[in-house]
Design a protein around this ligand. Sequence first.
Ligand code: ARG
Length: 276
Amino acid sequence: MHSFSFLIVCGLRQNRSVKSIAKASSLRIVGGLSSAETGDWPWQASLQYNNIHRCGATLISNTWLVSAAHCFREERCLSTLLKPPSLKRSIKTIIIHEKYRYPEHDYDIALVKLSTQVEFTSHIHRVCLPEPSETFPYDIYAVITGWGALTNDGPTPNALQEATVKLIDSNTCNKKEVYDGDITPRMLCAGYLEGGVDACQGDSGGPLVTPDSRLMWYLVGIVSWGDECAKPNKPGVYTRVTYFRDWITSKTDPGYSPCLAVLVAKRGSARSENRS
Ligand code: ARG
């Protein structure tokens, strides 16, 4: 019964708690908490090169992950690990956004196609993607997860870390003392202006998610960049997923074709004309 419901829905977590909220976190991602329980964040993947973690990624279907474009600027033969429990897949295709230009951070999004599909279980399944028109209020909490550094340029954890952050509006984030106009419409800031909690090196490509009222989790952002980690006035900057929702659909959905939709509609009306 459970496995069936996971086939048709997205964004559900077996273990519904968010540890980083329960304990007001100010330790360490940076400032997060260890979240090692099996399948706590079922969409989290690790992109690895020679078995070494390089970047995070998020499962959005049986065969597609979304990650950050800057994760692929060096090696292209990464493998991916969905864990826990460990499930390894090699990568078949990488689609980097056509407008991404290293070293700029704009359009920092990539899609990763797995060589073979993964069967969803309660511990491994996709996150929900928001509609392009969706707007997230700034007072809600969101969660970041990853195997990135615990402090700027610091050690990396073995266990997946999670931390709770708040979305920060772009006007605030573009203030002179924050990012001084560097935040484009493709970006979204999250964290705390007082510092202390943030994503860090190695978290890139991973998810920033938020639950809706039914506790289904939506992908709001993709870890992209920041000035070091967890510094005051330097919150994390994320790729804004709503901006890219249609791009993601156009690249990943084999059935997606606006022309086909028109054709189907015409056929339908032709048939009903015949009948009447
Ligand atoms: N760009 C870095 C990476 O490749 C880290 C990005 C997040 N940094 C931050 N302070 N939120 O992993």
